[in-house]
Design a protein around this ligand. Structure first.
Ligand code: SAM
Length: 272
């Protein structure tokens, strides 16, 4: 796949998946909003906050409800459209988290929920966040923790893919999915980007659904990185993986629902 970059595929994927995002995926990412806002702002009244990779707009809206003058940006025009539809009157614009349009020192707080792992150069994104913050401003981002850190969701998807999929498919190079969930790596990257006092907090989130098929709907309709590989498998292999994911998902029924632990890492730091 010569001229297509990881960023091109991410952009295409998120542009196509915005319609299903709120139903199938924002249910878990919304659980990170309060901790992330607390960590970057505490009292946000009158402060300017930038929500990078705002998706369908929920963190921006929560910040605005807390008194912040909040802006959301996302590179997928369809995500921006959903954010505007969800929260008319709030500020949502197209923008690239790796090359922000904002002026130096424009914001008191910057948040990026589950966006960094979709950047082709995550550390460029951290440096941009630092640039647009005022001195003393706070930055926070979240990324998913891996199967070795208790993520039943990642074990379910990744385990079946590793077991059956041809992982040597024609895809452009991308940063490893879990690199920035490692506290040592992210704290060092934040320091290199210009921040001080980087901190790591584990967030124990949970994804729930009614039936095993819902896991496949979530994967194919509302997220991007796993389908990049799954959609490049033969129909036979894909069916084997899909069937195994459903079978394993059915083992997670508790209190009438399928419940999958989906923990995240939250990193926060201050601009000196
Ligand atoms: C997993 S979603 C997270 C959305 C939202 N923050 C949330 O927590 O639900 C990732 C979002 O990042 C956006 N995104 C990915 N790369 C981006 C980039 N380089 N610049 C801006 N947005 C980007 C996608 O369009 C998508 O809306």
């Amino acid at each position: 796949m010569p001229d297509v970059t990881f960023k091109d595929l991410e952009h295409k994927g998120w542009t196509e998946k915005a319609d299903a995002y709120d139903t199938w995926f924002a249910t878990v990412t919304r659980q990170a909003i309060d901790p992330l806002l607390d960590a970057v702002g505490g009292g946000l009244t009158g402060k300017r906050l930038l929500d990078i990779c705002c998706g369908t707009g929920h963190l921006t809206a929560a910040a605005a409800a807390g008194g912040a003058d909040a802006d959301g940006i996302d590179f997928a025009v369809t995500m921006v459209a959903h954010a505007r539809q969800n929260y008319p009157g709030l500020s949502f614009n197209e923008g690239d988290g790796e090359a922000l349009a904002a002026a130096d020192g424009a914001y008191d707080a910057v948040a990026c929920a589950f966006g960094i792992l979709h950047f082709s150069e995550p550390e460029a994104g951290m440096a941009e966040a630092c640039r647009v913050l005022k001195a003393g401003g706070r930055y926070g981002f979240t990324v998913w923790l891996g199967p070795d850190k208790g993520s039943e969701m990642m074990r379910l998807i990744g385990g079946s893919m590793r077991k059956h999929a041809n992982l040597d498919v024609d895809l452009p190079e991308a940063p490893p999915m879990f690199r920035y969930s490692d506290p040592e790596i992210s704290k060092a990257a934040l320091s290199k980007a210009g921040f001080r006092d980087p901190e790591f907090t584990r967030l124990d989130l949970e994804w729930t659904c009614e039936k095993p098929e819902d896991v496949l709907t979530m994967i194919y309709k509302s997220i991007v990185r796993a389908p990049m590989v799954l959609e490049r498998q033969t129909p036979v292999i894909r069916k084997i993986i899909d069937d195994e994911i459903m079978e394993k998902a059915s083992r997670h029924f508790r209190d009438g629902k399928i419940r999958l632990a989906f923990p995240a890492a939250m990193f926060t730091a201050t601009k000196p």
